[in-house]
Design a protein around this ligand. Structure first.
Ligand code: PGA
Length: 225
């Protein structure tokens, strides 16, 4: 059975209190639920909530890995306002790099993103690298690729799974050992369509991950695949 990755991207949402509520609600909903071994759950959350969530997840014994959504392209040092990979290593295992919102609003170029990947790998972080099509260059050392067609992000208009499969297959041909995820308006109603495709190893979920109920429904929907 192939490994499946369900990755939540909370973006710039949630206070510490709201984050704790999310995991507590998730726990209360899933008391009798046993996560299948091939399903991996990764929560990529704002820097400000990682530490509190780390404690709460441990306390509640929840099967989540924690990640962030960005790291500095610089090492630790005199870089005011930056959060370096080594600071993250203490509190989270994963980071997203190259999300289209970072490329668009923060002018992150392929060169900058490569430096971020190098910093992340030097600290042993696992990296989910986002691309909008199969032509975008992908650094070698990454651990997962998220294919996210820009028009599908946050629009409620997911790409048809068969179309996403075509692109993910191209990506997989170029990077055969790397899990390929689809992202863009994934919800409980369409997740199985994506995860059931041969070249899609999981999903990156924004909007639907903000609600712990919906996130649980996503897991349920792929548990019977
Ligand atoms: P969405 O976001 O699920 O809200 O479309 C996906 C993403 O941007 O990673």
């Amino acid at each position: 059975m192939k490994h499946l990755y369900l990755v939540a991207n909370w973006k710039s949402n949630k206070s510490i209190k709201e984050s704790i509520e999310w995991v507590r609600t998730f726990k209360s909903q899933t008391l009798n639920f046993k996560l299948k071994e091939h399903i991996h759950l990764i929560l990529c959350v704002p820097f400000t909530v990682v530490s509190s969530l780390q404690e709460e997840i441990k306390l509640l014994d929840l099967p989540f890995c924690l990640g962030v959504q960005n790291i500095s392209s610089f090492p630790t040092g005199a870089y005011t306002g930056e959060i370096s990979a080594s600071m993250i290593k203490e509190i989270a295992q994963w980071t997203i790099i190259g999300h289209s919102e970072r490329r668009k609003y923060f002018y992150e170029t392929d060169d900058i993103l490569l430096k971020k990947v190098e910093q992340g790998k030097a600290e042993g972080l696992d990296i989910i690298y986002c691309i909008e099509n199969s032509d975008v260059s992908v650094p070698f050392q990454i651990d997962a690729i998220a294919y996210e067609p820009v028009n599908a992000i946050g629009s409620g208009k997911a790409q048809p799974p068969q179309d996403a499969e075509v692109v993910c297959k191209q990506i997989k041909t170029l990077h055969p050992r790397v899990p390929v995820l689809y992202g863009g308006s994934v919800g409980p109603d369409n997740i199985a369509g994506f995860c059931g495709q041969p070249s899609i190893d999981g999903v990156l979920v924004g909007t639907a991950s903000l609600d712990s109920d919906k996130f649980f429904h996503l897991i349920e929907a792929v548990s019977s695949l």
